[in-house]
Ligand binder design. Structure first.
Ligand code: PRX
Length: 686
């Protein structure tokens, strides 16, 4: 694993002193522009430069009517935007809509026999499943009938999904949406305990899982995690009514973990009694929650971001059409996992709302070799491709010449989730895009529902390493730590916020409205009594710089969040897991640069008095983090230290540890309570 040993840069240093992530943030020189290819512009959904005028701030909020008009409504709304209870904004108030109807039923007339979902199993020996819109309609209806009639699910109930990347995942989400049931999908790589945390918080009635799935050539027993989740949640006071188990191979149970009589139900068996059943979509208020998506923040407890039905769907449909440039004839592949927001917005809801064909791939991108994604793309005729810098780095490293062997015809490619190095970006354009694709670097978050910054692909030139300006309707602003607005385009680093509300923004943190206000709106709010949205900028928690051309470059998180391979992990979550090992007295985690994953967590622990450091303890700590959170949180290294660097008030100085981990100068440490510890730790982590 190689480390980035380049020195820190001045722009990033202007972050606050606790901003560990920003301080070691990427920083590269401005790159030259690359124009979008002419054939792309000729067919783009959005090539009218008037769009920026249409979405100027003085057209707020009515401009967003255009977003909602991409959808079909049972009842058109009366109020586009209601700001009466800041910052709990309400969009399209009075409107009635069903997300499932918009993603499935409304396409039947024109696209009944078109593929909605191409499910690609990991094994190349197993046939790809092409689920047409008609088939999707049938399967979603039958499963919705099962949920309603056997389990009594109704609008507003919560259900936790812990499903891998299979067609049954979007089918389950859409069946919930048809009933107005709020789904909470937990990334399948998360542990059973992490799943239990989310079950408890959402007070879900059911857990819907799968017996097994393929990953890296292994058929993973997934059902065992459901048992852990059930037991853990029950032990902490919330008992799931039933565990519903989809079979990876219908009519065959593929898990070695036994079914629990009376509690576990094989979905595929029960579905037989619902053959041909239809369920009318429930006409939901636009502001009814569609789903919860948990994400990491500054405390150990994940936050349940609550997304709305009308606003969210309008936002992801519009951005899928105009930023992803999806046309109905396109084959679109977003290689993210549906367990993250990217998959919700840009594998399931956005593309399906447009009647596109969306690819769901079960396995590891580099399995069995780095040519796999390109074989899938070639075979299915994918022409819009969407992935993360981590995946691009991994594919570039393990198979730089692979794309050349395939007939790739991408017209449009997306990168999302973390900053992308210009040289990686260029490989993506030249080797994968064969210099014929347009690239958008989209910056956004779980909370924001959809893209915040990106170039508009036919209207802006690309600039490797930079995202772009705010998309139409999004007006970013950068503040310094004292709440002063930085001059536009000044190239100085600060905290990037969004001036105006937008329909895709989450509505609140589930059961934690105060935390919602405090985390996202309190810091730069100009007047907490104000009912004027202008006084309530949304704080993203990222550091950024804006260049003179209005393009933003994202430097990284300014809070206690580590972005590993484009996935958010809270430092507190990792540290609390480490503290579960009885020998550990203190734990501190810092991000270190990693060639493939962007950042990986490195964990420092000190032990209780009398306990001798041992490799076995480090291993136990690492295993505990994996058991508590999941394999993505596995520390790159666990360093056992005699003590942590601390301020006089006893606060652990993660900034100093981050510098040591990155082999950089920790700066002046003389004000620490124990400055001598710095050299000792440096020795331990050479
Ligand atoms: O730090 C930013 C980074 O990912 C964070 C959001 O993570 P999450 O909520 O998991 O959503 C990921 C998918 C949208 C942001 O606060 N991030 C996201 N996109 C980019 C990015 N950093 C740089 N460039 C991006 N394009």
């Amino acid at each position: 694993m190689s480390r980035d040993k380049s020195p820190r840069h001045s722009a990033a240093e202007q972050q606050s002193s606790d901003a560990t992530e920003a301080q070691i943030a990427v920083h590269w020189p401005e790159e030259a522009y690359i124009p979008p290819p002419a054939p792309f512009i000729a067919h783009a959904n959005l090539a009218d430069p008037d769009v920026f005028e249409r979405f100027s701030l003085d057209r707020f909020p009515e401009c967003f009517k255009e977003f909602a008009d991409v959808l079909d409504w049972y009842k058109y709304w009366e109020t586009t935007f209601d700001a009466s209870n800041p910052p709990f904004w309400r969009w399209f108030v009075g409107g009635r809509i069903n997300a499932c109807y918009n993603c499935v039923d409304r396409h039947l007339a024109a696209y009944r026999n078109k593929t909605a979902i191409h499910f690609v199993p990991e094994s190349e020996d197993e046939a790809v499943q092409h689920v047409t819109y008609q088939e999707l309609y049938v399967r979603v209806n039958e499963f919705a009938a099962l949920l309603r009639d056997t389990f009594g699910l109704k609008a507003g109930d919560r259900v936790t999904l812990h499903l891998p990347m299979v067609a049954e995942l979007p089918i389950t989400m859409l069946a919930c949406a048809r009933l107005g049931v709020i789904h909470s999908q937990v990334f399948s790589g998360f542990s059973g305990v992490a799943c239990a945390d989310r079950i408890l918080d959402s007070e879900s009635r059911l857990l819907i899982t799968m017996d097994a799935y393929w990953r890296g050539g292994k058929l993973i027993d997934h059902k065992e995690k459901a048992d852990i989740a059930y037991t853990e949640a029950a032990g902490r006071g919330h008992t799931i009514e039933n565990v519903l188990v989809w079979q990876r191979y219908p009519s065959r149970y593929s898990s070695p973990t036994a079914l629990v009589e009376g509690r576990d139900v094989i979905v595929n068996d029960l579905l037989k009694t619902f053959r041909g059943k239809r369920v009318d979509p429930v006409q939901m208020p636009a502001e009814a929650p569609l789903f919860l998506m948990y994400t990491s923040g500054t405390t150990g407890r994940p936050k349940g971001c609550q997304h709305s039905t009308g606003g969210f769907l309008a936002y992801v449909a519009w951005t899928s059409k105009y930023i992803q440039d999806i046309h109905p004839e396109d084959v679109y592949w977003c290689m993210a996992d549906i367990g993250w927001i990217t998959g919700h917005s840009y594998i399931v809801y956005g593309p399906l709302a447009l009647g596109a064909s969306s690819v769901v791939y079960e396995g590891v991108p580099t399995w069995p070799d780095a040519g796999r994604p390109w074989r899938i793309a070639e075979n299915l005729g994918v022409n819009i491709f969407h992935t993360s810098p981590t995946a691009i780095r991994a594919l570039r490293r393990s198979g730089p010449d692979e794309p050349a062997k395939y007939n790739l015809r991408f017209k449009h490619m997306t990168t999302v989730g973390e900053p992308i190095e210009p040289e990686v970006w260029k490989w993506y354009l030249e080797s994968v895009g064969k210099n014929k694709a347009v690239i958008v670097d989209t910056w956004w978050q779980t909370e924001t529902g959809g893209f915040l910054c990106s170039t508009v692909p036919a209207l802006h030139r690309m600039k490797p390493g930079s995202t772009g300006p705010g998309i139409p309707g999004i007006h970013p602003v950068i503040y310094d730590d004292n709440g002063n607005e930085l001059e536009r385009g000044c190239g100085k680093a600060g905290n990037i916020c969004i001036r105006n509300p937008w329909p895709g923004a989450f509505q609140t943190i589930w059961k934690a409205p105060e935390r919602y206000v405090k985390t996202y709106y309190a810091r730069y709010c100009k007047d907490t009594k104000s009912k004027d949205w202008r006084d309530w900028p949304y704080m993203t928690g990222d550091g950024a710089v804006e260049a003179a051309d209005g393009y933003f470059r994202i430097l990284g998180r300014i809070d206690d969040v580590i972005n590993v391979a484009g996935h958010r992990l809270g430092t507190k979550e990792i540290e609390s897991a480490a503290l579960l090992v009885p020998d550990v007295a203190e734990a501190a985690v810092v991000p270190v640069a990693d060639e493939i994953k962007g950042k990986v967590p490195e964990l420092y622990v000190s032990l209780k008095p009398g306990i001798e450091p041992a490799a076995e303890i480090a291993k136990r700590v690492s295993d505990q983090v994996v058991a508590r959170i999941g394999a993505i949180a596995r520390p790159h290294q666990v360093v056992i230290v005699p003590d942590m660097p601390k301020t006089r008030s006893g606060k652990i100085m993660r900034r100093v540890l981050a510098a040591i981990s990155s082999h950089q100068d920790p700066g002046d440490v003389s004000t620490l309570a124990n400055p001598e510890i710095v050299d000792t730790i440096k020795e331990l982590n050479k």
